[in-house]
Design a binder for this molecule. Structure first.
Ligand SMILES: [Zn+2]
Ligand SMILES: [Zn+2]
Length: 166
């Protein structure tokens, strides 16, 4: 289910960059990257470890953490902003944006040429350099909405600003 071939390109880019950097492409490293490149979950290191160890039982937690750091150094993996449960990672290096659920922490990619064309205001350069920019849309995901529909006490009716619908 990859009509745009993005995951294939991600893997090809990975192999080329690793070769160029002289990084030895072990089976474990490839599987760690493959797992990250094929999931939409933007997992943290622990979640990624648990997914990889199912297919590669010999992989250690330490190897996953060190591989993530190494891939980050090569610019092949992006650590996302700090979250409650720890730093999350992704392998998708193509321009895209994020939908983030404020309740369960779900993160999903979406593409929008319109948003990718947005120019960063020049005022931002006063804060520091700009490597890239993406839009984060926050809201309550469909699953969490269904969970909330179950009638609890409707006492919290004052702030409705947290619901973003665009
Ligand atoms: Zn949610
Ligand atoms: Zn993403």
């Amino acid at each position: 289910v990859d009509p745009t071939g993005r995951k294939d390109r991600t893997l090809e880019r990975f192999k080329a960059a690793a070769q160029e950097a002289g990084v030895k492409m072990t089976h474990q490293r490839l599987e760690i990257f493959r797992e990250l490149a094929t999931t939409e979950e933007h997992p943290d290191a622990e979640t990624l470890y648990r997914a990889v160890v199912r297919r590669v039982p010999t992989v250690s937690r330490d190897t996953v953490y060190r591989t993530l750091a190494m891939l980050g150094g090569l610019g092949l993996v992006t650590p996302l902003g700090p979250q409650r449960e720890g730093v999350r990672f992704e392998a998708n290096q193509e321009p895209h944006h994020h939908y983030v659920c404020v309740e369960c922490g779900l993160v999903r990619d979406f593409e929008s040429e319109e948003l990718s064309r947005l120019r960063v205001p020049t005022a931002v350069t006063r804060l520091g350099t700009i490597e890239d920019a993406h839009v984060e849309v926050r809201g309550l995901c469909a699953r969490c909405q269904r969970g909330r529909e179950k009638p609890r006490s409707p006492s919290k009716s004052r702030g409705t600003s947290e619901r973003s619908t665009s």
